[in-house]
Design a protein around this ligand. Structure first.
Ligand code: AMP
Length: 468
């Protein structure tokens, strides 16, 4: 079977490497950008880490430049040493059979070592602007043979104040070069850079939905409805995240915000019933960090564009997988790692399973983080979680045959003293020292709270629900 990479203009050697790396089909950005790149066009691509952009510009470079040249034919500028190393590693894999030599160049390492490597001959330089400029100043790097320049994560490089370095470096490369620019966002500065240093670039946009690698780690916490608040406090106390918390309804949003504010958390609501100006005000506060927790409905969260949200918490797990995908898309943006946690009651398990089946994503089970010191909220017994499929909760009581207890006596006590409806009482069993009784969850609280206030033949009663 012919590979789907072939029509993009990728030759045998790179194809072999791609095959060995296990890539089966090209990603959207690879399909859209590689053919233009092969034609020699400049590219202005809006895409973030995780879309396969390194494979895109890597393939273009490897096809369009010869290996083992005296001077570098390609230069890639990246904002951080981590990214430079990551890109260099991927290019090293891709060039396994073409023989191109790649060298990452970044600050904090022995410059003499890099100098030696450069002397031996390097085809592709992957560097941070600061260190590349250092080499140019020292005369240890010659860019006069560069035919392709790549600006990776251009927006971040500008944020980090690299604009002058980038311009100085580009000026040291031939004007005839091909320039490829990748950026997660397109602020004015990036557009100006493109306008000043690129020649009629082909613009390409890849959305987040087309990511190969999702930077959001996904978890779920099995928890009863009555303990969701407890689990939420555990999560936010342990991590102090900047989080968006999703609820099903506006009422739930308002209720949750009230509870959170009551516990002194910096939380605000955002939902469709609020005026536009109020919503904008809340959004600004959240962006500035004056609020840590934004509690939202799905409608209100549509189109929210906030970069540094570390957590998305599904207080209520959504019923539809596409809503889930949209929600978790609020974190892990612009190449930053994010965490998504969903609270799942036993009744909601079905939704969790359908999300996993539909999206093919991995969602790992986790326990709520441990509390340090005093708990903000105490965990309560959640009868929904410990009842059987008919809603019956099993209780143990500290009286038995030895105390003279009979089955009908116990049933009568529950009906007369605790006003439990007879159809809400299930199996009753009496053993020597104790008894067990099934009671519907609607009456479970009465059994748990009121029974211990009573006595049987002078003996104080004790009861506890049994986990099944
Ligand atoms: P990037 O956006 O370049 O950081 O790439 C994200 C991840 O996707 C990297 O781990 C790549 O190795 C991987 N990748 C890139 N292209 C493909 C592809 N066509 N098929 C599968 N994985 C890919």
């Amino acid at each position: 079977m012919d590979s789907e990479f072939k029509p993009l203009g990728i030759g045998k050697e790179v194809m072999k490497a791609i095959d060995e790396m296990g890539w089966k089909i090209p990603t959207p950005i690879q399909v859209e950008s590689i053919p233009y790149g092969m034609e020699g066009r400049d590219l202005l691509a809006q895409a973030q880490t995780g879309t396969g952009k390194t494979g895109a510009f890597g393939s273009i470079i490897l096809e369009k430049t010869d290996s083992r040249q005296k001077l570098p034919s390609a230069l890639i500028l990246a904002p951080t040493r981590e990214l430079a190393i990551q890109v260099s590693d991927e290019l090293t894999n891709l060039s396994k059979h073409s023989g191109h030599v790649c060298l990452p160049v970044y600050g904090g390492t022995d410059i003499e070592k890099q100098f030696k490597a450069l002397k031996k001959g390097v085809d592709i330089i992957i560097g941070t602007p600061g260190r590349v400029k250092d080499h140019l100043n020292r005369g240890t790097l010659n860019l006069s043979n560069v035919s392709i320049a790549v600006l990776d994560e251009a927006d971040r490089m500008l944020d980090m104040g690299f604009i002058e370095d980038i311009e100085d470096i580009l000026k040291k490369t031939p004007k005839s070069r091909q320039t490829l620019l990748y950026s997660a966002t397109m602020p004015e500065g990036v557009k100006k850079l493109a306008y000043d240093y690129m020649n009629n670039p082909k613009e390409i946009t890849v959305s987040r939905d087309e990511m190969v690698l999702d930077l959001t780690k996904q978890y779920y916490i099995p928890v009863g409805r009555r303990n969701k608040m407890w689990a939420l406090c555990r999560v936010i106390d342990a991590e102090t995240p900047k989080a968006i918390i999703f609820c099903h309804t506006k009422r739930m949003v308002d209720m949750l915000v009230e509870k959170l504010q009551g516990l002194k958390y910096k939380a605000e609501a955002i939902h469709g019933d609020m005026t536009q100006s109020k919503r904008e005000k809340v959004m600004q506060q959240f962006k500035k960090g004056q609020i840590d927790l934004l509690v939202a409905t799905d409608v209100a969260a549509r189109g929210l564009d906030i970069d540094d949200v570390t957590y998305v918490i599904n207080y209520d797990i959504p019923e539809h997988p596409d809503v889930y995908v949209h929600r978790i898309g609020r974190t892990g943006r612009a190449g930053r790692e994010g965490i998504a946690i969903s609270f799942v009651t036993s009744e909601e398990n079905y939704y969790l399973r359908s999300i996993i089946a539909y999206t093919g994503m991995e969602i790992e089970e986790m326990a709520p983080p441990k509390a340090e010191g005093k708990e903000t909220i105490r965990k309560v017994v959640d009868y929904d979680q410990i009842s059987d499929i008919f809603g019956m909760v099993l209780f143990e009581i500290n009286i038995g045959e030895a105390d003279g207890l009979k089955k009908n006596e116990l049933v009568e006590m529950l009906i007369k003293e605790l006003r439990v409806k007879d159809i809400s009482i299930g199996k009753v069993e009496i053993s020597k020292e104790s008894a067990t009784v099934e009671v519907h969850k609607d009456f479970a609280n009465r059994v748990a709270k009121d029974l211990p206030r009573m006595k049987y033949n002078g003996k104080g009663l004790k009861t506890k629900p049994i986990q099944r």
